[in-house]
Design a protein around this ligand. Structure first.
Ligand code: NAD
Ligand code: GLY
Length: 364
């Protein structure tokens, strides 16, 4: 099994990548020795698809289990879901040695991680990510959060998982729209750090979209390695290194929130955010027109939206200002300079931001 180790002293952990690794979760957990009683947080749909494999493996290794389900939408990242879960977990946790398992995409991963961070001032948890986005990004690095009506991820904590089990085969049941959403974060990694990955994506888009095993494993390994290295260098985003993972997220989060978390899913919004950030970089003469076009064309190639529909600027700007990446009311954008390199630029004139976003809004 391919193992990438994320090194953070006592918070270090292995990330397992292999087709079928979900069926080995019991064995991995037994060796980890983090508890005997698994609380698996998932949704109804994923429980139907994946519970059997997880149960079988846990039972084989003498681990007890309990499943709790949450609604299948971004709305699950709420205080209400948290309270419901904590209430149930505390009733179940009667002289048990519990640990949590996040079995799902980024929504379930972020929520479970947050519950684990606050329950008993920190309970062990592991991630079994089931979307491409979660496998290459959200399950790794210990950022956990829930949303507030005002903005996404406003309440959260850093709490590292004890391991991440990535099973690329699980992606077979993923709806196409969710697959392309994850590919948006893959494009993000390529633009911020890896020119060779960017070329690979452009040359192999058909294979990737049809879930060719070796193409998917390659992009997963590359992205997980990039993310792990960045997290190792700046676990809590205090040195301005981890910040580069937010390329596309400033406008992206504003679009998700302005669209009521319905119009665009996370990856689609990030794709549009990358288009707008690249346009800002071009307008500030940091990025060439050729590279701007390459970024937009790659987003198109993976069938992600590249024009904003049905949300006007007057809705986007207030959401943008509420984003937590704005520091002391000053904006902060991750902007590409060439493919594979980005810069963090602060305090960009609002007129430049407005102009760039407006250029990519489709007229009603
Ligand atoms: P998601 O968790 O909502 O999952 C997308 C949909 O796919 C859901 O309907 C889910 O039920 C379904 N699904 C998941 N796996 C499936 C499978 N194998 N087969 C069939 N259906 C499946 O969406 P997401 O894109 O994974 O995550 C988005 C969330 O992740 C956002 O809340 C975002 O803020 C968060 N995020 C967090 C980080 C981080 O570092 N913590 C990074 C990026 C994104
Ligand atoms: N997805 C952004 C981060 O992990 O920092």
């Amino acid at each position: 099994m391919k193992i990438i180790r994320l090194n953070l002293k006592e918070r270090s952990y292995p990330i397992y990548i292999e087709d079928g690794s979900i069926s080995k979760c019991g064995c991995i957990l037994k060796k980890l020795n983090i508890g005997k009683d698994a609380v698996i947080i998932t949704n109804h749909k994923l429980k139907k698809i994946l519970a059997g494999k997880v149960k079988k493996s846990l039972v084989k290794h003498n681990l007890s289990y309990k499943f709790y389900t949450v609604p299948d939408s971004e709305k699950a990242k709420s205080f209400q879901s948290c309270l419901n879960l904590i209430d149930k977990i505390s009733k179940y946790d009667n002289r048990k040695q519990i640990f949590l398992i996040a079995l799902g995409g980024g929504v379930i991963g972020d929520l479970t991680g947050f519950v684990a961070s606050i329950y008993k001032r920190g309970t062990p948890y592991i991630q079994i990510p089931t979307t491409l986005l979660a496998q290459i990004d959200s399950a790794i690095g210990g950022k956990t959060a829930i949303d507030l009506p005002a903005a996404k991820n406003l309440v959260g904590a850093f709490h590292q998982p004890k391991t991440v089990i990535v099973d690329p085969k699980i992606l077979k049941t993923l709806p196409k729209r969710q697959l392309t959403s994850g590919l948006s974060e893959v494009i993000k990694y390529a633009v911020i750090k890896d020119k060779a990955l960017f070329s690979f994506l452009n040359k192999n888009h058909k294979k990737i979209l049809s879930l060719n095993k070796s193409a998917i494993e390659l992009i997963e390994r590359k992205c997980i390695t990039i993310k792990s290295k960045i997290v190792e260098e700046d676990e809590q985003e205090k040195k301005g290194i981890r910040t580069i993972l937010n390329f596309g997220h400033t406008v992206g989060h504003a679009l998700e929130s302005a669209g009521g978390y319905k119009r665009y899913n996370h990856g689609e919004a990030i794709g549009l955010g990358m288009v707008c950030a690249s346009e800002i970089a071009f307008n500030l003469k940091l990025l060439s027109r050729e590279n701007l076009n390459k970024i937009i064309n790659t987003i198109k190639l993976f069938r992600l939206p590249h024009k904003i529909k049905g949300i006007n600027l007057s809705k986007i700007i207030p959401s943008l200002i509420k984003d937590k990446k704005f520091i002391r009311a000053k904006n902060r954008f991750v902007l590409p300079t060439v493919i594979g390199k980005v810069k963090v630029i602060k305090d960009i004139p609002e007129v430049v931001i407005r102009k760039a976003i407006l250029k990519h809004i489709l007229p009603n």
